[in-house]
Design a protein around this ligand. Structure first.
Ligand code: SIN
Ligand code: MN
Length: 281
């Protein structure tokens, strides 16, 4: 691992320096190098990914072509390697520093973005789903992403508008209908496909990008990318011959526990039990 710094906001492991924490709050994202996780842990994760992606069930979402796996949700609940990694000081400790709170995993997923066939994620912010569908009161969550392949300019890297998280939730339009090709699926599927359900106004996206620019963090397998639930982000289809697998864990602060909602999403999409991850002090 790259090195533990003494800067800490809560007791326990603190893998981020004070400068990294400040960069995250300024930009809304932070990329850590490929050696952030121990090499044996990364190797186990990469080995586990095909097994996770092969598990059929409602937690597995296909691309619009109906055959390519797009995402598998909830692997921290079902896969022992992901469960262990999600509770590691390198990731949970970093999330705790960024949120300045004890943390638990609200959601996890593997997004494959398969070679040739992996589809886009349109411009969006994540928090609107976690607020409106899961009852989470504040945007005090963080996405922690581990690259399972090299991510480069060819295979559909995540793209951010730096600083856009500081504008809060942006104006947009919520679509009620199910996206084409998913008409027979349960309605929670509408937020998981290549057609974005909550469309941020393009004039707003253009204005923010003109001011803040665009950044696509890239790096080898093992790189860890953290991003804020309100940072505006998107990713292009993968036309390259190389998969772009990513494990994403969404940590929430325990002080930000979800409130009751009328129709809770399935537990592989939204954790209802708030149990802090114990980290050694
Ligand atoms: C992606 O995997 O490119 C998108 C992930 C996200 O929007 O959270
Ligand atoms: Mn997102």
């Amino acid at each position: 691992m790259a090195g533990i710094d003494a800067a800490r906001t809560t007791a326990g492991p603190a893998p981020l320096t004070a400068g990294m924490v400040a960069d995250y709050h300024r930009d809304g994202f932070l990329l850590l190098p490929g050696d952030h996780l121990p090499a044996d842990v990364l190797a186990e994760l990469i080995e586990a990914a095909p097994l996770i992606l092969a598990q059929e069930g409602p937690q597995r979402v296909l691309e619009r072509d109906g055959v390519t796996v797009r995402s598998v949700y909830g692997p921290h609940r079902t896969d022992p390697v992901v469960a262990r990694v999600s509770r590691s000081p390198e990731l949970a400790g970093a999330a705790r520093q960024l949120l300045d709170d004890e943390v638990y995993v609200h959601q996890s997923k593997v997004n494959l973005k398969a070679a040739f066939a992996g589809d886009q994620w349109e411009w969006h912010q994540d928090y609107i789903n976690w607020r409106d569908r899961d009852g989470i009161p504040r945007p005090d969550l963080v996405n922690v992403t581990v690259f399972l392949n090299e991510v480069n300019e060819f295979n559909g890297p995540l793209t951010f508008i730096p600083g856009s998280h500081r504008h809060g939730l942006l104006d947009g339009t919520d679509t009620d209908s199910m996206p084409a090709g998913y008409e027979d699926e349960p309605n929670w599927m509408a937020t998981l496909t290549a057609t974005e359900k909550f469309q941020v106004d393009r004039t707003v996206i253009r204005r923010l990008a003109e001011a803040g620019g665009l950044v696509s963090p890239k790096g080898p397998a093992g790189s860890v990318l953290m991003f804020h639930p309100n940072v505006l982000h998107a990713s292009s289809p993968n036309l390259s011959p190389f998969d772009r697998g990513m494990l994403l864990m969404v940590y929430n602060g325990v002080r930000n526990a979800p409130r009751p909602v009328e129709n809770p999403r399935p537990d592989f999409l939204a954790e209802r039990a708030v149990v802090p991850i114990p980290l050694a002090v």
